[in-house]
Design a protein around this ligand. Structure first.
Ligand code: ATP
Ligand code: FE
Length: 352
């Protein structure tokens, strides 16, 4: 089947046309970074307005780039949550309108399921696989057992790692988004000069914490500023290197544990997949690759454009749900919160 996907849950307005075999006919993403830049974060009201203004054009462009019309489609998939409610509502209303006008099936998609199913779109992974979702707003381990079957093994109890990279950049006067900027600085830095904590590594389970790192970093920064009157370039590089190393250490160890839990289920061709913008980080990627190899699992990292927010993943997750018999009526609701694993069978022996 061929689906139009619609995504508007955060600060990207996106539409895409995708076929069930993984062919992406088009994927249009319109970011809003410039609209929110002056405010130091995403402003929900501004985001909702921008989505409402841009969604129609985005969907039209996706169809045009695909060389298709609504008559060629088999369904409409739309992010129905979780996210900023104004944006989600805009997308859901457009999808309902299109479905009502064409008679096409309407399929509501959980945004996180979109991320979690992306390695099936890009690499045709078989269920079950382990997904590590690391973005600006999310951080969790999921065993993906089916299109609507997820087991959450743990995640961050505070900041997502992308958020921590962004805050670190802000702290050190580096540009946003912080991830690429901090990573670039870290290349010239000595990760051993500052001893940053490795939060929750001493506790069992797969939960993580990243907000303490930022506090520790702040303390080191202020100590240097008090002693020297400012930060030298090398200080900045060393702090970035220490921070990136700490995040990588935590992710590596927690991934090792999550992999062990997942492997205990006995997948035929075990695989660890990543999604989210932090998956772009080369040092973190290298660590995860090594952990997977050591455990005997394949490592799958989709192209970055499909790791960050996009509508191709929503169209594809919609197709997966549709194939499993899922669809929605005109009573589909937009949900600000929507945990993924409510439908999953309990995992035996998951010591959280
Ligand atoms: P979501 O709703 O999925 O959380 P988001 O927009 O917050 O969406 P993404 O678009 O998936 O998140 O990713 C953006 C985040 O990824 C930012 O926090 C950014 O700093 C981080 N990031 C991007 N590149 C890198 C990198 N090379 N290293 C570390 N972090 C990175
Ligand atoms: Fe996302």
């Amino acid at each position: 089947p061929i689906f139009l996907g619609i995504e508007s849950s955060c600060d990207d307005t996106a539409a895409a046309v995708v076929r069930g075999d993984g062919t992406i006919f088009s994927s249009v993403v319109e970011g809003q970074t410039a609209l929110h830049a002056a405010f130091g974060g995403v402003v929900p009201e501004i985001a909702a307005r921008a989505h409402a203004e841009r969604l129609d054009g985005c969907a039209e462009q996706a169809l045009r780039e695909a060389g298709l019309t609504l008559a060629d489609l088999d369904g409409i998939a739309v992010t129905a949550g979780p996210g900023l409610i104004g944006g989600v509502l805009s997308g859901v209303m457009l999808a309902k309108g299109l479905a009502a006008a064409t008679g096409l099936p309407l399929v509501g998609v959980n945004h996180l399921a979109g991320h979690a199913l992306t390695p099936r779109l890009t690499d045709g992974l078989d269920y079950p696989y382990l997904m590590l979702l690391i973005s600006g707003g999310h951080c969790q381990f999921l065993i993906v057992r089916g299109a609507e079957s997820f087991v959450r093994l743990g995640g961050s109890i505070d900041d997502a790692p992308g958020e921590a990279f962004d805050k670190t950049a802000k702290l050190l006067g580096l540009p946003q988004p912080g991830g690429p900027a901090v990573s670039r600085e870290a290349e010239r830095g000595d990760p051993a000069r500052f001893a940053l904590p490795r939060p929750l590594l001493d506790r069992p389970g797969c939960d993580m914490s990243f907000s303490g790192l930022k506090t520790a970093l702040l303390r080191e920064r202020d100590r240097l500023v008090a002693a020297q009157g400012g930060l030298f370039q090398q200080d900045r590089a060393d702090l970035c290197a220490a921070f990136e190393m700490a995040v990588a250490d935590v992710l590596e160890e927690k991934t090792r544990r999550a992999l062990a839990l997942y492997m205990a289920e006995g997948a035929d061709r075990p695989a660890l997949a990543v999604a989210g913008g932090v998956a772009a980080n080369t040092r973190i990627r290298a660590r995860l690759t090594a952990v997977a190899a050591k455990a005997g699992a394949a490592f799958v990292a989709p192209p970055i454009a499909l790791c960050t927010d996009n509508a191709a993943m929503i169209a594809f997750a919609g197709i997966e749900r549709f194939r499993a018999g899922g669809r929605d009526g005109m009573d589909l609701v937009a949900r600000p919160r929507w945990p993924l694993d409510q439908n999953a069978a309990p995992l035996v022996g998951a010591g959280r």
